[in-house]
Design a protein around this ligand. Structure first.
Ligand SMILES: [Fe+2]
Length: 356
């Protein structure tokens, strides 16, 4: 049966509730090139050998970005942190899950390796040793028309790559949107903060946050979008303020990296954003001033459009969402059109009209 108009919703009794997005894993043919971009982007290497590069922000995480040396560039998956090791036992019972194994990465702890219904690797990780914050420059204070905080002084944000504070979110495109969305709400307790729908009412994008109870969580830590094959869309990294973001724009431009979209302010999540492409064309977002919601806030529903992506700044360029058509992705498109309950020719044409 095609065309499921079921809206993504929180699960009444999830297997676990993830407490953070811990790390992303990428395969790259050239670690040096990866490091050059990521250092200009504002991440700091924590370990580097011929097979693997780990990087971090200044926030309390041992690492948040893993680059494995591999012949083919691809996004592999990500880690979700859990507060208790007992949660790992529950996840190890899901079909296809690994056992509870010690993590070989900095901070140690234990993890269960899962594969989501779209084929992305998900490590559930718990019991790491606490990581320490690194110092970062404090946010700039602004003179406003109502309050002057700087007299006989100047505003001079430091030049150079901005400091990434933390990995904020990852966005994935999926053929099997409904099943994958439901898997994350069921097993990790994700709450849809806002859902964007197509004109026929079917969901196209779900922005999902962590369920931290009455503690506020980022508007989205994981966002899932209807596509025709499972693929990485982008990942986002928090900076201390908009001047860090503007300085990042200058540095990345001067270093010759490719700009993708920005600077602007999103609507859903409200972040001030700036998107850049890494050496393999994968988008990385700088952001600051995002919304935080507690578990109380109900899910919002909105129409999807390119104009609905920003309050100000350039309209999202078509190049931002244009799919990469290769012989193998076209094969997958035809296979998924027949197989996936979420895909129809009509829906693909609607998505293409809006985004491609
Ligand atoms: Fe984003």
């Amino acid at each position: 049966m095609k065309m499921t108009n079921v809206q993504p919703a929180r699960h009444p009794n999830p297997t676990t509730k993830a407490s953070a997005l811990a790390y992303l894993i990428f395969d790259r043919p050239d670690l040096e090139k990866a490091e050059q971009f990521l250092a200009d982007f504002g991440l700091q290497p924590v370990s580097w050998d011929e097979s693997q590069l780990l990087l971090r922000g200044t926030g309390a995480a041992h690492f948040c970005y893993v680059v494995r040396k591999a012949p083919k560039a691809r996004f592999v998956g990500f880690g979700l942190q859990l507060d208790s090791k007992a949660d790992l036992d529950a996840l190890a019972r899901i079909s296809g899950a690994s056992g509870v194994e010690p993590s070989p990465w900095p901070g140690g702890g234990y993890y269960v390796r899962l594969t989501d219904p779209s084929g992305f690797r998900v490590d559930a990780i718990a019991g790491q040793t606490p990581a320490v914050f690194l110092p970062h420059r404090p946010p700039l204070r602004f003179n406003s028309v109502d309050a002057t905080v700087r007299i006989n002084g100047t505003q001079r944000p430091p030049t150079g790559a901005p400091e990434v504070i933390k990995l904020g979110h990852v966005v994935l495109e999926l053929a099997d949107f409904q099943e994958t969305c439901a898997w994350y709400t069921q097993h990790f307790g994700f709450i849809p903060s806002d859902v964007q729908v197509l004109p026929d009412g079917s969901p196209a994008v779900a922005f999902m946050r962590l369920d931290r109870g009455d503690r506020p969580a980022d508007h989205h830590t994981l966002a899932l979008a209807q596509g025709f094959v499972p693929t990485y869309s982008h990942s986002a990294y928090e900076l201390v303020d908009a001047d860090a973001l503007g300085m990042g724009n200058r540095v990345l431009r001067e270093k010759g990296w490719t700009h993708a979209w920005g600077i602007g302010r999103h609507i859903l999540g409200s972040q001030v954003f700036d998107y850049w492409q890494d050496p393999w064309g994968d988008k990385h977002e700088h952001y600051c001033d995002g919304d935080l919601f507690t578990a109380d806030k109900p899910t919002g529903t909105h129409d999807v459009s390119r104009e609905a992506m920003a309050q100000w700044g350039p309209t999202m360029p078509r190049t931002f969402t244009k799919p990469k058509f290769t012989p193998s992705s076209l094969m997958a498109l035809f296979r998924n059109l027949r197989r996936s309950p979420d895909l129809t020719v009509r829906k693909l044409l609607t998505l293409a009209k809006i985004f491609a």
